[in-house]
Design a protein around this ligand. Sequence first.
Ligand code: FE2
Length: 364
Amino acid sequence: MKNDFLPINGTDYVEFYVGNAKQAAHYYQSAFGFQPVAYAGLETGLKDRSSYVVRQGKITFVLTAGLTPDSPVTKHQAKHGDGVKVIALWVDDIEKTLNELRKRGAEVISDIEIMEDDMGTVKVASIKTYGETIHTFVERTNYKGTFLPGFIKWEPKYNPESTGLLYVDHIVGNVEEGNMDKVVDFYRTVMGFEQLISFDDKDISTDFTALKSKVVASRNLRIKFPINEPAKGLKKSQIDEYLDFYVGPGPQHVAMATDDIVKTIEAQRERGVDFLMVPDSYYLTVTERVGTIDENMSLLKKNNVLIDRDEDGYLLQLFTKPVQDRPTFFFEIIQRKGAKSFGKGNFKALFEAIEREQENRGTL
Ligand code: FE2
């Protein structure tokens, strides 16, 4: 793509720092249908952490836990709870990538590291983004292994079926009030991203709470990062709740794409994934709002799927409840039928559903 100084092939992996990686990996296998891929820990020579790698479609998650009280992983988890630490991006030329990033003022937290095993070479380097979250750039052109050098194959007997997840559609970040534009500027200036759509707090508010959101995307549109900040409302917004419990900014949700949302959600619900409930009343006006769609509306209603339309088509989506003890990170399941946006028409219904959950938690 012309003038794209930072071409990114896609999301390479997302790494979560968690309290117990072994058990978290089991949850991703059993509840979401991720397949076991790789492992690193004491047995592979690591001293302070262990990591389990799971994969479904093109989505690779790394679940990492600290093994000692002074491990940076343990400290991160103690402060933030379980959450996303690394959003890794797949590039073809790490030297050029890091040069361009440096030139534009990126805060480099680890310089190019060459990792090697008998499957080849991977080069990585990391920069800081919002909060304590980092972007690791991964060049794997000369690597034939399944994940990264240093990892061994993880082949447990327990291996439940996939639920149809295909790729990471977008990853949303929550930042403090007044910082959204700074983070958007960082992605535009340092990483050469473009801003896609802008909402203001009038777009995204209920009677009680509000937020602002802007979307930045890589030039080739393979990477999309909506950035949220809280806005003044009568009560405490879900973004404030996130910032309190995560103790600072961080990734709010990862949206994972499927090409059959009903099948995916039915399978995940069956296996114990908790989804947000929308009231039946949502479906009274939905046809009026989105027009005719291919799917059976009563099946969508039964599965609580949300629908939105933009000028390019429509989308189907649903959100899980937080997937750890703190009310912070959650997942979105999304099926795009042409639409390129993020479900603005659903925000009100969605936030009202979240407010009901906040009410139960006493954090509204
Ligand atoms: Fe989303």
